[in-house]
Write a protein that binds this ligand. Structure first.
Ligand SMILES: Nc1nc2c(ncn2[C@@H]2O[C@H](COP(=O)(O)OP(=O)(O)OP(=O)(O)O)[C@@H](O)[C@H]2O)c(=O)[nH]1
Length: 318
């Protein structure tokens, strides 16, 4: 009984028509390329419904390479050629060009066939339609990236949040120490912001915080400068590779930008406009000083400004 069964199954496998029917009824598209001539010797008829190109238009590997997204072409062709030359089975994901001009994500799974001498004789493989899966993956990646970005942003003002500030400070401190570069901090606090909220309401207060954040972001304009919201109405500017003189210039630019914005603050005892108090500190990080001490130095300068007239910049003494 068991002998009969196994004979029957051998007969099935030896029948090329069965293979052909099976191959041509799958959703994956089978193909074969002769290694010497680099020409297709077979491609499943399903290719026409998947990509729209006539089956007999797939003549050589050039047709395959040309019907690939230009951004994918070089690495996919280089990769597949080198793997085939080595005789290694491989797979590659790329965007295949459809006859209507759109693209579809394909996974090509390639097996290398060798002759009796062990030389590469042909490549056979399947093209799988992975478009749906790729799009879901891409959407998921975008969402993850958006979430990642959001987790480092202050949701009211859009500048960096405290979490981001802590990381940036840590990195810039180490970098400045390694490269013997100055690092500057500007801590900025809005004067009499409680009175602003009391005069105009919390909603207007939020709007004011957004406007100030945007002015500060425009004033600290080097690529590595970071503006962060430290707390309620307090902001920090991290200025890498910036000496005391340049840091003072940035602080003065912030003051000038706020003055130009001319935000009314009738309840302020120091001006009819919204004003800022500001502490500036600069440091050459080394093994004798610490980031905490540096932050404290900038904070003390700010509180000197607050204790004094407000609406002023105090530079920390080294
Ligand atoms: N609208 C708004 N107000 C906020 C927010 N976060 C903090 N505040 C307000 O900011 C005010 C800060 O008050 P204080 O710490 O007394 O500071 P100040 O009134 O600016 O006084 P000085 O700093 O001494 O000039 C409080 O009234 C907080 O309610 C926010 O996200 N939105």
């Amino acid at each position: 009984m068991s002998t009969q069964l196994s004979e029957q199954s051998y007969e099935m496998e030896a029948d090329p028509d069965v293979y052909k029917t099976l191959l041509e009824s799958t959703r994956a598209i089978p193909w074969k390329i002769d290694w010497k001539t680099l020409r297709f010797t077979y491609i499943g008829p399903q290719i026409e419904s998947l990509l729209g190109w006539q089956r007999d238009s797939w003549r050589s590997v050039d047709d395959w390479a040309e019907r690939m997204h230009p951004d994918d072409r070089k690495w996919v062709v280089d990769f597949c050629v080198s793997q085939s030359q080595e005789g290694s089975d491989h797979e590659a994901d790329y965007r295949a060009l459809k006859s209507d001009g759109s693209y579809l994500w394909i996974r090509d799974v390639v097996h290398v066939l060798r002759n009796e001498q062990g030389e590469v004789d042909a490549l056979i493989g399947f093209m799988f339609d992975i478009d749906e899966r790729k799009k879901v993956e891409q959407e998921r990646d975008c969402l993850r990236q958006e979430l990642e970005e959001l987790s480092y942003k202050d949701c009211l003002t859009g500048v960096a949040n405290r979490r981001m500030l802590d990381q940036v400070l840590e990195q810039e401190w180490m970098d400045a120490r390694r490269n013997c570069q100055p690092l500057s901090l500007v801590i900025i606090d809005i004067d009499y912001f409680k009175q602003y909220n009391d005069s105009f309401g919390h909603f207007k207060g939020d709007e004011c915080l957004r406007q100030v954040a945007s002015l500060l972001a425009d004033s600290a304009c080097r690529a590595r400068d970071v503006v962060a919201r430290f707390g309620g109405e307090e902001f920090v500017l991290v200025l890498p590779q910036t000496d005391a003189h340049a840091a003072l210039t940035v602080a003065e630019r912030c003051f000038a930008a706020l003055q130009d914005a001319n935000i009314p603050h009738p309840a302020s005892p120091v001006s009819s406009q919204l004003t800022l108090s500001c502490g500036v500190a600069t440091c050459l990080p080394n093994h004798r000083n610490s980031l905490d001490d540096f932050l404290e130095q900038a904070d003390k300068a700010l509180y000197k400004a607050k204790d004094g007239s407000r609406n002023c910049i105090v530079v920390a003494e080294n």
